[in-house]
Design a protein around this ligand. Structure first.
Ligand code: HOZ
Length: 435
């Protein structure tokens, strides 16, 4: 018998014995696409190397945080220095103040911010705050938007707008989601109807302004304008989940993109994560002083965390924000991402494959559909079999995209023109086999 030399497979087999599914977050298990997950050994710049020593151009970047690429020297230096000064105190530090100031300087909608450790925690806390501040229980979310795995958010649409949602996970009691109303993304008529029925009972409407958990789908400007108007009219808070888009689609996040189309536009609360931690566990939520002062210890809404504002994570996040705030950073990143998307569109067209792609800043998405989808049910029409062939075709050629068709992709400042060209040419080869 020949010995198994595939270290990814050996590690996966070991992992499956002791970690459910062999992974610590489900999408990493490759169940949607089949095959063996790549166990990352190390990463540098735009690349990571797996347990077999195979190099990949990385278009996940830890699902968004690695906007500078892996191991940026300024970030590494900041983290090394922070570690030497101690890596958890459970008491306040100067860097937390600096990071809060940096966030507030970049997002005009935020006057006060609270740091936490994960996007799930930030979204869950923002909802508690919205409920506490308004004294209301109900909330709206949209099908295909993911806001972490807090109980009240693991919900799919009920049978109609008069009924609230059903849990999407075992272990979530129906009573916990009975206040969550799930609407179709970009559906103005449903939005109007939901507010007409429930507007005065709504604590908040939570939305990914550019959804990154159904690949990459923008909310239309008229839809976003109406979300804002209806929330204001009914006293509900508009909560932007910018865990993916914050400091990623633009320095000012997706809210700055919508503000350039809708004068004076601002969300009430913003949920952040990923880039603000630069790859370390750090997330945040923030908004106007009057709302944020409802949080403990000032107000009645309780929220806390031993690792909140962790000194190593804040050093990593601050160093990352400093780099991306440099003049020209987002122009260069956007141009690079745009060249990838244009190249992929061109390659698919040349090979006669139904394909559409979109991007904003350093975030992109694509579909095996001739037109960009507007909502989750349209996304789900994307050809799953072809996606899996594309995924594995690219993987075999040393290119790592998300192992599921409902995930967005990320370009970093470290991706070179040669990386982009190699990706487009590999994609064209694979497209040729898809017809
Ligand atoms: N929440 C991520 C998908 N949108 C997956 C995170 C991970 O597996 O690391």
């Amino acid at each position: 018998m020949t010995p198994n030399t595939d270290r990814n497979q050996t590690l996966f087999d070991r992992a499956r014995q002791i970690i459910p599914g062999g992974v610590n977050s489900p999408v990493r298990a490759f169940r949607a696409v089949g095959g063996t997950p790549r166990f990352v050994q190390r990463a540098q710049g735009a690349y990571f190397w797996d347990a077999n020593g195979q190099r990949y151009i990385d278009y996940i970047g830890s699902w968004g945080p690695m906007i500078l690429g892996h191991g940026h020297p300024a970030v590494v230096a900041a983290v090394q220095k922070a570690v030497l000064d101690g890596f958890s105190f459970g008491a306040p530090t100067e860097r937390e103040v600096e990071l809060a100031e940096a966030i507030i300087a970049l997002l005009p909608s935020i006057e006060m911010v609270r740091l936490v450790s994960s996007g799930t925690e930030a979204a869950m806390s923002a909802i508690r705050l919205a409920r506490g501040a308004t004294g209301r229980s109900k909330l709206i979310k949209f099908e295909g938007c993911y806001h972490g795995h807090a109980d009240a958010l693991l919900v799919k649409a009920g049978s109609g707008l008069a009924t609230f949602g059903n849990p999407t996970s075992a272990g979530v009691p129906p009573e916990v989601v009975q206040h969550t109303l799930v609407l179709e993304y970009n559906n103005l008529a449903q939005l109007e109807e939901a507010f007409a029925l429930h507007g005065n009972d709504l604590a908040c409407l939570m939305i990914e302004p550019i959804a990154g958990n159904m690949n990459f789908v923008r909310s239309s400007v008229p839809f976003m304008r109406r979300c804002r108007e209806l929330c204001t009219q009914h006293g509900a808070l508009l909560v932007f989940d910018e865990v993916m888009t914050g400091f990623r689609v633009a320095l000012g996040g997706a809210q700055s993109v919508y503000a350039s189309a809708i004068p004076g536009f601002r969300p009430d609360l913003t949920v952040m994560g990923k880039v603000i931690g630069g790859g370390m566990p750090l997330a945040a939520f923030g908004g106007p002083r009057a709302i944020m002062e409802q949080l403990a210890p000032l107000g009645p809404v309780y929220q806390a965390g031993t690792l909140s504002g962790n000194p190593v994570a804040t050093a990593c996040g601050l160093a990352t924000l400093r780099q991306i705030s440099k003049p020209g950073f987002f122009e260069a990143l956007s141009a690079k991402t745009r060249s990838l998307v244009d190249g992929l569109n061109g390659a698919a067209a040349a090979e006669g494959v139904a394909f559409s792609a979109d991007c904003q800043g350093g975030m992109f998405g694509f579909f095996l559909l001739s037109e960009l989808p507007q909502n989750y049910s349209q996304v789900m029409k994307s050809d799953g079999t072809k996606f899996n062939l594309l995924f594995h075709g690219l993987l075999d050629r040393g290119i790592y995209i998300a192992p599921a068709l409902y995930e967005a992709g990320f370009v970093s400042a470290a991706h070179t023109d040669a990386d982009i060209a190699a990706t487009i040419s590999a994609a064209r080869e694979v497209f040729r086999t898809l017809k």
